[in-house]
Design a binder for this molecule. Structure first.
Ligand code: BV8
Length: 238
């Protein structure tokens, strides 16, 4: 059975990480389009770097830990797909936190990038990074034997930028027997459109607190908290 899973900010909410569209529609006090775009970075690099520095620092604080939803996905994969090849089990996440990886998930595709990595704008090298980034920090500042003068940016996919692994995701979607989304508002494309690439006989399940604009694409909608509903659903699937 080929299973494709797509997670969003809702799976990390119970771990203490703010979702994008909380009650006030602001995201850590900002409108996403004011901070998560290349234009914002060009216009006000200090604001954008500060925004990601705050989130990078918070992600590394001890109280932010994977929750039962992350853990149950990792356990399910280890138990049933430990030897899986060619993405028979594929966990695609829109989140840039590392909670799936820390929970032990193996086959994870972070389609919107990763907060604990940075990228050189010039040579495109991606570097693991846990510190703050200064607005105009350059690649050659990261080590003495580095001489690339390119500017360093968060290794995340901003609005208007191409998400990561789209063809790999599309291939997995077209062959999926089960497609499970967890904790996503179904607003951002192309992530929200993945469901439309799954085959007619695919079991499509949406686990989310609220209804979404794509809920009607799913044969099964489970309304509730990820930490409770994900373990329960995976048990029913096993
Ligand atoms: C692209 C990384 C071109 C950065 C992010 C007009 C119409 C349609 C599309 C567009 C348009 N104008 C522009 C676009 C394209 C745009 C887009 O879709 N905009 C939307 C807003 C209209 N998309 C893009 O720009 C993308 N790129 O299109 O490039 C292209 C495309 C294809 C091929 C070639 C070129 C790039 C989008 C990526 C942007 N980067 N993040 C960072 O993190 O800083 S987006 C960010 O928001 C997340 O990554 C995530 O993907 C997205 C949505 O957030 P969610 O994860 O869904 O979280 P949200 O808060 O919204 O919802 C949480 C849900 O959880 C809620 O429903 C809630 O009920 C639930 N929940 C809460 N608690 C719990 C829970 N559920 C269960 N348990 C709980 N405890």
């Amino acid at each position: 059975m080929r299973i494709l899973i797509l997670t969003g900010a809702g799976i990390s909410a119970e771990s203490g990480i703010a979702t994008f569209r909380g009650a006030d529609g602001l995201w850590e006090g900002h409108r996403p389009e004011d901070v998560a775009t290349p234009q914002a970075f060009a216009r006000d690099p200090a604001l954008v770097q500060r925004f990601y520095n705050e989130r990078r620092r918070k992600l590394q604080s001890p109280e932010i830990q994977p929750n039962a939803a992350h853990r149950s996905l990792a356990e399910f994969e280890a138990k049933h797909y430990a030897e899986s090849r060619n993405d028979e089990f594929l966990l695609v996440t829109q989140n840039i936190d590392d909670l799936h990886q820390r929970a032990g998930s193996q086959n994870v595709l972070p389609m919107h990038g990763e907060l604990l990595k940075i990228q050189c704008e010039l040579c495109k090298e991606v570097i693991e990074w846990t510190n703050d980034l200064d607005p105009y920090q350059t690649h050659d500042s990261t080590s003495k034997d580095e001489d690339c003068p390119g500017r360093l940016r968060p290794n995340v996919v901003w609005f208007g930028e191409m998400p990561i692994g789209l063809s790999r995701i599309d291939r997995a979607a077209r062959q999926a027997d089960v497609f499970l989304t967890i904790g996503t508002s179904g607003l951002v494309y192309p992530a929200a459109g993945i469901v439309q690439s799954t085959p007619p006989n695919c079991q499509r399940v949406e686990i989310n607190l609220d209804d979404t604009p794509v809920s009607m694409e799913f044969g099964e909608v489970i309304r509730g908290k990820a930490s409770e509903e994900v373990p329960r659903f995976l048990r029913s699937l096993a």
